[in-house]
Design a protein. Structure first.
Length: 211
């Protein structure tokens, strides 16, 4: 199954390090970052899961729950979290999905057979409160992800939903944003009391509206 942006993500039930979950029920009305890693007890994954534990509050501030998955069982996950705490200095504070039969991995297209027939690639799925897929990225097994970038994209998505703005190249929190092309100039005047610069009819810049 190929999941595309805007699709409602498939539901599943699975065992996790925090008990059995129905994924959609677990997500509730929050945003979700579901991310897969190739295997427990591997070096890059160990650093990534520690980093996500460190960033848990940053995700929570944005109304985002995080959940990880690999094709290992709950007991391996639990044993491995000890190593993560010991080596990364952060206790894993979010559930790890056990997917030894690769049911969820297959449902979400996390196995790329020409990379590995057995291991999951490093997938990231950002899912909104309506259970719609808003971002997906895929990294190879040998490259650790930058989870600050995932937070940056979530900030952008939430600004778009709340304020009809898009974010330009390399945007970071606090910088100017772009008025979405679907708004007329008249609507933009009403919507952005701080004003906007009209560089081109399609390129209008305004200060980040929620600051
Ligand atoms: C790692 O997490 O270090 C890793 C996992 C699978 C293949 C290569 C590296």
């Amino acid at each position: 199954m190929v999941l595309q942006l805007g699709d409602v993500v498939p539901n599943f039930t699975a065992d996790t390090t925090e008990g059995r979950i129905d994924f959609h029920d677990w997500a509730g009305d929050d945003w979700v970052v579901l991310f897969s890693h190739p295997k427990d007890f591997t070096p890059v994954c160990t650093t990534e899961l520690g980093e996500v534990a460190r960033l848990k509050d940053d995700f929570a501030q944005r109304g985002v729950k995080v959940i990880a998955l690999s094709v290992d069982g709950v007991e391996d996950h639990r044993r491995w979290t000890g190593d993560i705490a010991e080596t990364q200095g952060h206790v894993v504070n979010y559930p790890l999905i056990a997917d030894p039969d690769r049911i969820v991995a297959t449902l979400y297209g996390m196995i790329h057979p020409n990379a590995s027939t057995t291991l999951t690639v490093r997938s990231v799925f950002v899912i909104d409160p309506g259970k719609k897929l808003r971002l997906t990225i895929t990294y190879p097994a040998s490259t650790g992800r930058n989870f600050e970038e995932i937070l940056r994209v979530i900030d952008s998505l939430q600004l778009t939903d709340g304020f009809s703005v898009a974010t330009p190249v390399n945007w970071v929190w606090g910088q100017d944003v772009i008025v979405v092309p679907s708004l007329s100039d008249e609507e933009a005047v009403q919507k952005f009391p701080k004003g906007f610069k009209r560089l081109k009819p399609y390129l209008r810049i305004t200060p980040q509206p929620d600051l």
